[in-house]
Write a protein that binds this ligand. Structure first.
Ligand code: GAL
Length: 313
């Protein structure tokens, strides 16, 4: 099996570049599904799948500028194109499976791609993990700005949307409605004035952990983490993890197969065409005397070990 080197643009099983930045991986019916940004013409979000986290089969562009559009709530902006016909930006797409409705629901950050001033969240859904998602529009949750974001699903099915508000100064935690199609309540406003973005949440032994970066655009900075006993409870102070550039990366999401904890990050290329030089990194996270640590590696230590039992919660 091929080793995935950190800082390289990984290939899918057809030998094509994987376009899945700022995304997430979920486990469903025996497969890992990897969703992420695809900024090439007409595309917004790609989906790949794998049984071992190492070889990725391209499945579909689940969202593109021609996706079917269907309103589900009032006061949303429904278009996936700007009024002048140019593409918008759909960033940091996250997908969760809703047990009650049987639908896969995507939340992502919406910008017009010109001035970064929309700061909205976009929602789409589908009845299969890799089908053509129906777009339901973008909006400001309770009127708040909403930029870098993530989703987290708890063991009891309760889901949370976390996003940067107030021009990135605060990180908001919203509990979602049972069908994951709307915000139900703003349950936390974290680290006000600290300018945290690129949030990534995981749960380990009944404790919640949130990683986030500072706001320096495409340039990497020091990742920090915090912990809490409840998503809607009191969160700890932020503590450094990794080095001052997070080993040249910014968090996309954290995956916890079996008892391992993997940080997936983007090593961004930058603006415009440079964006397409962006690559991927995976660093394992581990606890040392209660403290969470990021273990630097030249390669992504996932999936290619023999007898590596991989599961996902
Ligand atoms: C980063 C953010 C990325 C992208 C970029 C644009 O800070 O995490 O997702 O939005 O800014 O400048």
């Amino acid at each position: 099996m091929k080793r995935l080197n950190n800082g390289e643009i990984w290939k899918d099983t057809d030998g094509n570049d994987i376009h899945a930045h700022g995304g997430c991986i979920i486990f469903h019916d025996g497969y890992y599904y990897w969703y992420g940004e695809d900024r090439r013409a007409d595309h917004y979000v790609s989906c790949y799948r794998s049984k071992d986290l190492a070889s990725w089969e391209f499945r579909n562009w689940i969202l593109g500028s021609g996706s079917q559009v269907k309103e589900y709530r009032v006061k949303t902006r429904l278009s996936l194109l700007n009024p002048d016909g140019t593409k918008v930006n759909i960033e940091r797409p996250k997908v969760l499976f809703n047990e009650k409705t049987g639908r896969f629901v995507m939340w992502a950050h919406f910008e017009n791609g010109k001035d970064y001033k929309d700061a909205q969240v976009a929602i789409a859904s589908c009845d299969t993990p890799d089908g053509n998602f129906t777009y339901h529009g973008s909006f400001n949750p309770y009127g708040f700005m909403s930029r870098d974001c993530t989703l987290f699903k708890d063991e009891d099915g309760t889901a949370y949307f976390i996003s940067a508000a107030r021009d990135n100064a605060d990180l908001h935690v919203y509990r979602l409605t049972d069908d994951y199609m709307n915000v139900d309540k703003l349950v936390n406003r974290l680290w006000q004035g600290e300018y945290r973005e690129a949030p990534a949440v995981f749960k380990h032994k009944n404790t919640y952990y949130m990683l986030s970066s500072y706001c320096t655009g495409w340039a990497p900075n020091q990742c920090k983490y915090a912990r809490a006993d409840r998503m809607d409870g009191k969160w700890s102070m932020l503590k450094d993890i990794g080095d001052e550039t997070t080993y040249d990366s910014q968090a996309a999401f954290v995956l916890t197969p079996g008892d391992r904890i993997f940080y997936f990050g983007d090593r961004w290329g930058g603006n415009g065409d440079k964006y397409f030089e962006s690559s991927y990194v995976v660093y394992e996270l581990a606890f040392k005397d209660e403290r969470l640590e990021m273990i630097f590696s030249e390669y992504a230590d996932i999936g290619w070990r023999e007898n590596n039992e991989l599961r996902s919660n």
